[in-house]
Design a protein around this ligand. Sequence first.
Ligand SMILES: [Fe+2]
Length: 397
Amino acid sequence: MYYYRLGNIPPKRHTQFRQPDGSLYKEELVSSEGFSGIYSNLYHTYPPTRIKAIKDPVKYGPTRINDYALRQTHLNTSKVATTGDDYLNARKVLLTNADCSISICAPRQRKMDYFYKNAEGDEVLYIHDGKGTLISPFGKLDLRQGDYIVIPRTVIYKLEFEEGPLRLLIIESSSPIETVKRYRNQLGQLMEHSPYCERDIRPPHELVTDTRPGEYLLQIKKQGYLHQYIYDYSPLDLVGWDGFLWPYAFSIHDFEPITGRIHQPPPVHQTFQAHNFVICSFVPRLFDYHPQAIPAPYNHSNIDSDEVLYYAEGNFMSRRGIERGSFTLHPGGLPHGPHPGTVEKSIGAKETHELAVMIDTFRPLFLTSDSLEFLDANYPMSWTDPASGPFHEVNTP
Ligand SMILES: [Fe+2]
């Protein structure tokens, strides 16, 4: 990340910074890794510690399935228009482990009438369908189709979407979501061989300063509960902030693919890193240009990772029966590869228009009870007898 500022801040940190009525603004340092990681300084009108009431917490979180058999898995969420009413109950965790949770979210409501804060994880929202705004104390951030929205933990936010299709892929991480280390120089700048650079990262662009008294609900996610906090002033009471820690947008359409004469391995698609998992972007690109190249991927045995692909757009040449909004999970311990016929068919192809998000985890993922309705029971046999279909239908085991 890089240094950014919005609004008014005093020339020197931790010094007197006064409101028009002579009272002091309330400074808040938001810091990571104690005082050793990235941080920002926020200037509030009211103390961020001031609360009106705390209501009973609400249980919140997935039910993990511990005895799911080792098998190739296809979860097809394409048929589902909505997964719940509001943003939080529409977030359906489908795959989870201690490092990350992967959810689909298609809320019926377009505007949140409360604020939300994830106190235990960074979040990445991939905007598969939708257009809107993330509103946080750091300001307004535009959300567009194809954006990754990276929200550091404890950032208070609400979302407002325009009418129209709305579908989010949400990746929640127990460790910080970061740009890829091998693409950063010693001072953190993204280098020339990086598939994207700072110009592609969009910070919040417009500060919202709301000092009106009222009753503001903040739902805080931590340790299996949504904790209900009531504030008598809006969390959007900032007049300014600066630092390295802020929510940002990066569009998958700004990811510049790395291609080669022969098939390039998944690390060239890496977009973000976190502890024990990575996020990769498969974007429209030219195929391999060796005269004998095979554009389709080779069979692959991932001996120590689980591979999740979320299919966003395009014809997915190596997979039959996969639809827009499908997830595949190819778990460690089993080989996976192109479906029968797709390798020969790929020879001579010049380019692909596919768009997909991959999450590779280095510890096994678990399915959840919410994932079962999307399960395609035929998928494990789809390499053996592709005619046995129907691969595109949702089957409950
Ligand atoms: Fe693979």
